[in-house]
Write a new protein. Structure first.
Length: 254
């Protein structure tokens, strides 16, 4: 297992990373995304059907194709988070972290003491005890894991500065679909009122040590979000497949 996290290194250097949510358990899709040039994949255990058992061969596929594999989990629970971490994901995204207390709980679950409260045991991430010493390896794994919390409810806006100031937080990921729903505009993630909140988040996060992430369904929106200050952009595998399918079918003369 590669201990370096190139996505984290890129973000810390001020760069932009592009990934894709994968909702279905398929190592093949991980390999195809790697070959297609994506920087990382995000296994979706919240809106997708990926369990830790499903994640393991997908992580192996990522390692075989040299692409970082992360996971979005379905709940802010230390034991759920731990199962994915111990399989070797290089980052975890935790949903519905709308206040500093729940966000802190999520971030602490991603790091070993003294930087967090992650459970410690030998296993895959420690090369089953035949690699580096456990203290050295634990410190390296702490540095490796990318911590991501989601900003996806308007109730989180009053806490934004506190969220950005959380120790050990690497990425604040803005989910426009749930945000729009919480504002009374379900299914309208680019509604003008939602865009105002997105712009405010970008303005207040400027200069922060925390990188901003979000979703983008096409290159135009991705470029616009990057221009606003987002540096982790995620596409969606079903949307990518549908778009390419329609483009081909529309171009065929029957």
């Amino acid at each position: 297992m590669r201990i370096e996290n190139r996505i984290k290194e890129t973000l810390q250097a001020g760069g932009v990373t592009i990934g894709a949510f994968v909702q279905m358990p398929s190592p093949d899709i991980v390999e195809i995304l790697a070959l297609g040039g994506f920087d990382f994949v995000m296994l979706d255990g919240e809106h997708g059907r990926i369990s830790p058992d499903d994640a393991y061969p997908m992580i192996l596929a990522g390692e075989a194709r040299d692409i970082d594999v992360m996971a979005r989990i379905g709940e802010n629970d230390r034991q759920v988070i731990l199962k994915y971490l111990d399989l070797g994901v290089s980052g975890v995204m935790v949903p519905q972290t709308n206040d500093p207390e729940t966000a802190q709980q999520a971030v602490e679950a991603l790091r070993y003491w003294p930087r967090g409260r992650r459970g410690l045991a030998g296993g895959r991430t420690f090369d089953y005890g035949v690699g580096a010493s456990m203290p050295d390896r634990a410190s390296a794994i702490n540095d490796r894991v990318l911590s991501i919390i989601q900003f996806e409810h308007i109730d989180a806006l009053p806490h934004l500065d506190e969220l950005l100031a959380l120790p050990e937080l690497d990425v604040l990921f803005l989910g426009p679909t749930d945000l729009s729903q919480s504002m009374g505009f379900p299914g309208q993630p680019t509604h003008p009122e939602v865009e105002k909140v997105i712009a405010e988040v970008c303005d207040r996060a400027r200069g922060s040590k925390v990188a901003l992430g979000t979703v983008a369904g096409d290159a135009d929106l991705a470029n616009r979000r990057i221009g606003q200050g987002f540096r982790m952009i995620l596409a969606n595998v079903p949307a990518l497949l549908l778009r390419s399918s329609r483009a081909m079918l529309d171009g065929i003369k029957r």
